[in-house]
Ligand binder design. Structure first.
Ligand SMILES: Cc1cc2nc3c(=O)[nH]c(=O)nc-3n(C[C@H](O)[C@H](O)[C@H](O)COP(=O)(O)O)c2cc1C
Length: 272
């Protein structure tokens, strides 16, 4: 991958499509990629490509889509983070191949998608995404939706990223001095449910600790949508670091750092 951040900067959620099935060659390439879209947690995610018309699938926030991919999994250790990581890995590949996507975790007739995905015993399907070429013009409902969640804005660097502990914010210049600016910017631009941006990061030497700031309304009996967001953020961080030639190792031992209310430790990348 050349520079992941450049790719991340050109991504946005797409909800208005051109009314065509994606090119077969591109779809085949994506299907092959999906077979190997792993994650550092080693959890298995099953991707199902679905013809919208054949399966009578639609979503109230979308128009012109002809194809979907759903992501199915089972209860296992760290599955939510793994799910976000692998799904975003696949969707960034789709973006690289010229397809628009948007992770949909709420605004869909869930049962129809679950049935089309042929869930087996113990499997669940937190999210789906349409796959298609973006229409030239956004639908009115798409622009209203973007305004509603302030989709074009992100929180400031200083409110998301910290050094040593949560009392010391990391500003952009210090991130540049630490050679971490691009990877953290790739995290900042990541998509999240209702654009809540629940990721918080504490840098401690060569350790990068990821935390989740919980909001109300994202927990279901099977999964936590905001943990899926953290997995997405972790993919963005790792992809940018890798494109800079840096390797990361993942640990899940909580550091002795006091976290604010509603903020939970998730995992640590150690920069080798
Ligand atoms: C886990 C997750 C669930 C989402 N669920 C929905 C959804 O149900 N409906 C929807 O229209 N967008 C959904 N989104 C898209 C977000 O609203 C979008 O990523 C956010 O507003 C930022 O906009 P951007 O992706 O264009 O940068 C979801 C995103 C994530 C990561």
């Amino acid at each position: 991958m050349s520079n992941f951040l450049d790719l991340a900067k050109t991504r946005r959620s797409v909800r208005t499509f051109d009314g065509n099935m994606p090119d077969k060659q591109i779809l085949d390439e994506l299907k092959e990629y999906a077979e190997n879209a792993g994650n550092p947690f080693g959890a298995k995610i099953r991707f199902v490509f679905l013809d919208a018309d054949e399966n009578k699938l639609s979503s109230p926030v979308l128009s012109g889509e002809k194809c979907y991919v759903s992501a199915v999994t089972k209860k296992q250790d760290r599955v939510d983070e793994a799910y976000g990581y692998s799904f975003e890995k696949l969707l960034m590949k789709a973006h690289e191949l010229g397809l628009g996507t948007v992770i949909i975790g709420g605004t869909m007739p869930r049962e129809k998608f679950e049935s089309a995905s042929n869930l087996t015993e113990g499997e669940f399907m937190p999210c789906v995404s349409p796959l298609g070429v973006s229409a030239k013009k956004m639908s009115v409902k798409e622009s209203l939706m973007r305004k509603g969640v302030k989709a074009d804005t992100r929180m400031k660097f200083e409110d998301l990223f910290f050094v040593g502990d949560f009392d010391n914010s990391l500003d952009e210049q210090s991130a540049k001095d630490k050679d971490l600016y691009n990877a953290l910017e790739a995290v900042r631009l990541a998509p999240s449910a209702v654009n809540k941006q629940p990721w918080r990061i504490v840098i401690d030497g060569n350790k990068v600790h990821f935390y989740e700031k919980h909001d109300k309304g994202f927990l279901t009996p099977d999964y936590d949508l905001q943990k899926i967001d953290i997995g997405i953020a972790m993919f963005h961080f790792e992809a940018q670091m890798n494109s800079e030639g840096k390797n990361l190792e993942l640990f899940t031992d909580a550091p002795a750092i006091a976290a604010p209310n509603q903020v939970d430790y998730i995992a640590t990348y150690v920069i080798e």
